[in-house]
Design a protein around this ligand. Structure first.
Ligand code: FAD
Length: 470
């Protein structure tokens, strides 16, 4: 019973934005249908993004530890080998279980799920070419576009997902390439570069800009880059890729300095193109109903996620803002709360960002560069992981916590953590910023010993006073 009976909300796209919006809408008592073309829920994030990349990051980290660190901890292993197909199978199993889990949540919450490609017939009607070859029309009072994003292609480079791969291909390489060149030093490139580097590839990252991960706090970025270099990742910054061609046995890149100059070539077995992502609206027929987009193809919305066309809304990667799964989820919840007549809220200044390398790098709030640019007087408190007892105990003490607070009020403006589990540690800081806490509030909160969270407490002490352990 998909067809013509009218819904309160129809959601096109079953990624973190769309599926979360669908469940929340149903929980708020709205009759809800979610349309997804992939045949599996969870979107980019679950199928070819966050989840499979974290599965491979974990597996490759285990291998790397077994090979390089176990002996140091008094564990003898005679031989350690990678079984790539088995590693990929474990990743696929994790993904499969999670996508089915969302289907279960749809059933539990009575979200109607239509598998197929949706396109607008009018602002309240979506025609769906179903994956079983049929067609149905789904009607709704409100329609939310949650069609997400796709890999950004570069001019002159054809992705074949075997030798010239996007992140999707890099999640399924059949064997460890001897040499992997990553184009783009954003978090996706560095994560995938880490995976294959740990498994034995020689990894070179080519980046047009002068810095890796441009959104990162500069001081933390420097330490992060050094850490990756220690892990044998090589960087060619301020370098432009002119062309990428497959050769008999591999791939040849032609590069030149970003500022112009002599061209040179590089050879590799596999090239990963990770130069960003672009909003995905192909085939939706947005132009048919007149939905406005910006120059980059993102759908323009107001603070209530409404487009210029009454009844049509958009959330997640397809609208401006950080292209992150948790941001898409927040959009989805707030959007349907508005539709249900409630208030919704997303604080875009407090979306945490995490790079899941080892160590991880996580941040929330402003970087020191941003605070400086605002002309705010500030103090910085830092604490190195080398002085944290837990990090020392487990011999994983590379990194630091950096807190930036307003000088006069001590209110925290930004927190940046490089640590083995920074992606978990950051949420204490996110909560602190959400509540407008001062660094003294964190410093005077009792933290369990021995934990890496104590490094956050000590950095907070260092912000307005002195830390104890350094
Ligand atoms: P998507 O997840 O892209 O979902 C959109 C869905 O809509 C897709 O399933 C698509 O098939 C469907 N769709 C599109 N058009 C139609 C149509 N016309 N009809 C029906 N269905 C349609 N983010 C993080 O926060 N943390 C991470 O660790 C992280 N790691 C990543 C790693 C990689 C390799 C990649 C590529 C991305 C990663 N991301 C991560 C980003 C994250 O995946 C996205 O921000 C997130 O998926 C956006 O959610 P969304 O719901 O807006 O869109």
């Amino acid at each position: 019973a998909t067809g013509s009976d009218e819904n309160d909300v129809v959601i096109i796209g079953g990624g973190p934005g769309g599926y979360v919006a669908a469940i929340k809408a149903a929980q708020l008592g709205l009759k809800t249908t979610c349309i997804e073309k992939r045949g599996a829920l969870g979107g980019t994030c679950l199928n070819v993004g966050c989840i499979p990349s974290k599965a491979l990051l974990h597996s490759s980290h285990m291998y790397h530890e077994a090979k390089n660190s176990f002996a140091h901890h008094g564990i003898k292993v005679s031989s350690v080998e990678v079984d790539v197909p088995a590693m990929l199978a474990q990743k696929d199993k994790a993904v499969g279980n999670l996508t089915k889990g969302i289907e279960g949540l749809f059933k539990k919450n009575k979200v109607n799920y239509v598998k197929g490609y949706g396109k607008f017939l009018s602002p309240s009607e979506v025609s769906v070419d179903t994956i079983d070859g049929g067609n149905t029309t789904v009607k709704g009072k409100h329609i939310i576009v949650a069609t997400g994003s796709d890999v950004k292609s570069l001019p002159g480079i054809t992705i074949d997902e075997e030798r010239i791969v996007s992140s999707t291909g890099a999640l399924s390489l059949k064997e460890v390439p001897k040499k992997l060149i990553v184009i783009g030093a954003g978090y996706i490139g560095l994560e995938m570069g880490s995976v294959w580097g740990r498994l034995g590839s020689e990894v070179i990252v080519v980046e047009f800009a002068a810095d890796i991960v441009p959104s990162m706090d500069g001081e933390v970025r420097k330490q992060f880059q050094r850490s990756l270099e220690k892990q044998k990742m090589k960087f060619m910054l301020k370098t432009k890729v002119v062309s990428v061609d497959t050769t008999g046995s591999g791939v040849k890149l032609t590069i030149e300095p970003a500022a112009g100059g002599e061209q040179t070539t590089l050879e590799a077995d596999v090239v990963l193109v990770s130069a960003g992502r672009v909003p995905f609206t192909a085939g939706l027929q947005l132009d048919k109903i007149g939905v406005e987009t910006d120059k980059g193809g993102r759908i323009l919305v107001n603070e209530r996620f409404a487009t210029n066309v009454p009844g049509v809304y958009a959330i997640g990667d397809v609208i401006p803002g950080p292209m992150l799964a948790h941001k898409a989820e927040e959009d989805g919840v707030a959007c349907v709360e508005y539709l249900a007549g409630k208030e919704g809220h997303v604080d875009y200044d407090l979306v945490p960002g995490v790079v899941y390398t080892h160590p991880e790098v996580a941040s929330v709030g402003k970087t020191e560069e941003q605070v400086k640019a605002l002309g705010v007087e500030y103090r910085v408190g830092k604490f190195p992981l080398l002085a944290n007892s837990r990090a020392k105990a487990i011999d994983d003490a590379e990194g630091l916590v950096k807190i930036i607070a307003e000088k006069e009020s001590d209110k925290i403006l930004g927190v940046h953590i490089m640590a083995p589990n920074a992606g978990e540690l950051i949420h204490e800081a996110a909560l602190a910023l959400q509540y407008g806490a001062s660094s003294e509030d964190i410093a005077r909160t009792c933290h369990a010993h021995p934990t890496m969270s104590e490094a956050l407490k000590e950095a907070a002490m260092a912000t307005y006073d002195k830390p104890i352990h350094i």
